[in-house]
Ligand binder design. Structure first.
Ligand code: RBF
Length: 178
């Protein structure tokens, strides 16, 4: 069933000319380069411009994303990494802190920040998700980011009077539930 009046927030509605940064972790480079190729391809298809950055490992991704978001030069910052479960507890620590770090950033900055970090049991599983049987999660992360850019741009175009009345309606309804 069609529910929306506009295409905002859909991939088809993604704005052309979005400015995107990709920041890629070098650990498991075979995989992260494949993710990056997928992401670049998808950005090019949507007419976005892309700047490329690198960090050592996935643990560095949240800090790098914060630095890039702080520049206010980008509509989206796409972190790409690959964590492979090893025999040390590092996997759990890094996976948890990177996921939480990126979630905190995506709620803090208006910049679109997807979760482009694979957490895999093996290199074979990572290959499946980086252009193999499971598709390319780098491309999917870029799609998700561009969709958020489109959503934000559609909301910015909404006349401020409409946004104000939506806000006051929502605060009136939250007051009424006290
Ligand atoms: N970084 C990754 O992006 N993927 C990994 O699978 C990964 N495994 C690591 C395992 C160990 C034991 C350590 C010490 C680091 C690992 N890192 C990995 C690197 C980490 O994200 C970070 O770059 C370094 O710890 C330096 O801060």
């Amino acid at each position: 069933m069609a529910t929306g009046k506009t295409r905002a927030g859909t991939r088809a509605g993604a704005q052309r000319g979005a400015r995107v940064a990709i920041v890629r972790a070098r650990w498991n480079e075979e995989i992260t380069l494949a993710l990056e190729r997928g992401a670049i391809e998808r950005a090019a298809e949507s007419g976005a411009t892309v700047d490329l950055f690198e960090v050592a490992g996935s643990f560095e991704l949240p800090a790098a994303v914060a630095l890039l978001a702080d520049t206010a030069r980008y509509d989206a910052v796409v972190p790409l990494g690959c964590l492979i479960r090893g025999e040390t507890p590092h996997f759990e620590y890094i996976a948890q802190s990177v996921a939480q770090g990126l979630m905190d950033l995506t709620l803090t900055y208006p910049t679109a920040i997807p979760f482009g970090v694979l957490t895999c049991d093996s290199i074979d599983q990572a290959r499946e998700r980086a252009g193999g049987a499971e598709g390319n999660k780098g491309a999917e992360s870029m799609d998700a980011a561009l969709e958020m850019v489109s959503l934000r741009q559609a909301l910015m175009r909404t006349p401020s009077s409409a946004r104000r009345s939506a806000r006051s309606a929502s605060s009136a309804s939250s007051r009424s539930t006290r």
